[in-house]
Design a protein around this ligand. Structure first.
Ligand code: 6PG
Length: 241
């Protein structure tokens, strides 16, 4: 597990860009599952402003780690967030974009997306194996849309599951744990002081909290896990990273 801590978002975003370019080197097809929520906006805006022309966008095939069960035009939609901050500004071919259809029936969509992943993403050990899965961290310890009170969804045999937001009751479609942990690389993108407590627990006491925080179950078989943190999110870490 690699921990990268940055003084500001610009240096974090530039480092993430270098990381992505490394993955893209000499590749024509790189499958990436994006995180949702608000944290990725800064990275996407950074790419739109500073890397429109020097990232090989046509080799990137985009998927989502989770989606809110709302229309793609809804303010809550992870797809809409990505479109507004990235897709409307860089040349990713429409045919490379595989969104989770939040407007569909959640169970039917989880099944549809599972079938699509098996067609579009290289398989390893009979599981779709993304080149890169980007994850966020909720201040309750959730990741993708697997929440602590539904942590059993992580072990679900299906490739995609339906979660329910604990406060809003909003339905979500999410990758299950076996798809996340089958990825070639997993990168946590986490910023802000509100995440510091969970970052500390998950990085420094993972075994102790793996039964309660879904994010602590992120343990890719490739052993290729990196945390991109700003200094606020990393402020309680005591280790020397
Ligand atoms: C979502 C996400 C979720 C997110 C965390 C962090 O759809 O909400 O994919 O897992 O990454 O909730 O959200 P913020 O970035 O908004 O803090």
């Amino acid at each position: 597990m690699e921990i990268k801590i940055f003084d500001d978002l610009a240096s974090l975003n530039e480092s993430f860009t270098i990381y992505l370019k490394e993955i893209l080197k000499d590749r024509e097809r790189v499958t990436v599952a994006l995180s949702g929520g608000s944290t990725p906006k800064s990275l996407f805006d950074y790419w739109a402003q500073h890397h429109k022309n020097d990232i090989d966008w046509k080799s990137i095939f985009l998927f989502w780690g989770d989606e809110r069960c709302v229309a793609p035009t809804d303010e809550q939609s992870n797809y809409k967030m990505t479109k507004d901050h990235l897709l409307d500004h860089v040349a990713i071919p429409e045919k490379n974009i595989f969104r989770i259809k939040g407007e569909n029936d959640p169970d039917a969509e989880a099944e549809r997306y599972s079938t699509l992943l098996q067609m579009e993403v290289e398989m390893a050990a009979a599981v779709p194996s993304f080149d890169l899965v980007i994850l966020g961290l909720g201040d309750d310890g959730h990741t993708a849309s697997i929440f602590p009170y539904e942590i059993n969804l992580w072990e679900n045999a299906n490739l995609c599951v339906v979660g329910t937001h604990p406060d809003s009751g909003q339905k979500r479609v999410s990758l299950s744990g076996k798809v996340i942990n089958q990825a070639q690389r997993v990168a946590f993108l986490v910023t802000g002081a509100a995440k510091a407590e969970k970052v500390k627990q998950i990085i420094e006491s993972r075994e102790e909290v793996a039964a309660i925080y879904p994010a602590a179950k992120v343990d890719p078989v490739s052993r290729n896990l990196v945390w991109f943190l700003d200094k606020e999110a990393a402020r309680l870490l005591v280790g020397n990273y």
